[in-house]
Design a protein around this ligand. Sequence first.
Ligand code: NAI
Length: 250
Amino acid sequence: MRLAGKKALITGAARGIGLGCAKLMADHGCDVVITDIDVAEADRVAQQVSSHPAIELDVTSKLAWSAAIERAGDLMNGVNVLVNNAGIIIPGTVESLDEAGWDHTMNVDLKSVYLGCQAALPVLSRNAPASIINIASISSMIASANFAAYNAAKAGVHMLTKSVALHAARAYTDVRCNSVHPAFVDTDMVDQVTKTDDREVNRSKLARQIPLGRIATVDDVAWAVVYLASNESSFMTGSELKLDGGISTM
Ligand code: NAI
C-alpha cells in the first residue's frame, strides 16, 4: 500500500505503459482514473483496473484537459498524481518527416505535457503532497537519425519537467515534478519503429543494443512511477530517472 491516499489521473492508459502503471499503482492502493483518446478501449480496461469509468482525453486539447481534470477530481474527490504518459512516435529524418508529422508529434508528445501541468497544478496543489510524472524517453538524451521530431519533443519534456518543478516548488508546498526516461519497452510502440513484421526478431535485435541484454517490460517503468508517485520520493523534484538498461552510459 505504498500509494494509499493517492489519486491519480493517467493519460494514454488504454494500453502499454500507461495501463501497466495504472495496474501497479492500483495494486499499491492508488485510486486511479484511466484516460485516453481511445475511450472505448480505456473504458474496457478501466473496468478491470479502476472503480471509476474512463475519461476521454485527447491530450492535445486544452478544453479536454480542463474537463478531464474536473471530472477526475469529482470521481476521486481530488487529484494528487498526474502521469503524463500519452505519446506517439512518427519515424522520419529531418529531411523525410513532413511538417504535419512534426507538428503532430510536438502536440501529442510535448504540448500535451504543458497543457496537462497547467490544467492540473491548481488541483494538485489543493491535494498535496502531489506528484507529476512525465514519461519522457531515453530519446531525450540519445539521438537517432530517424527520430527527428520524437528526439526533439522528448528533449523538450525533459527540460519542461525541470521548469515545472521549479515553478511548483516556489508557488506551492509539496508539489513535485519528475521525468522518466525508458529505452525500448515491450509495447505496441516498438513495433512501429522496427523493420520486420516478426515481433520476436525485432525485439531481439533491439535487445542486442542494450547492455543488460533485454528490452524493458512495462513493469520496469511502472515500478519507477510507483516510487515517484509515492511519498518515498518526497525530496525528489526536477529529476530524470533513466530506465535504459545501461544504453546511455556507453
Ligand atoms: P502505446 O502506443 O502502446 O500507447 C500509447 C497510448 O497513448 C495509446 O493508448 C494511445 O491511444 C494513447 N494516445 C495516443 N495519442 C493520444 C492523444 N492525443 N491523447 C490521448 N491519448 C493518446 O505506447 P507506449 O509504449 O505505452 O508509450 C507510452 C509513453 O512511453 C509514450 O509517451 C512514449 O513516448 C513513452 N516511451 C515508450 C517507449 C517504448 O519503447 N515503448 C520508450 C520510451 C518512452
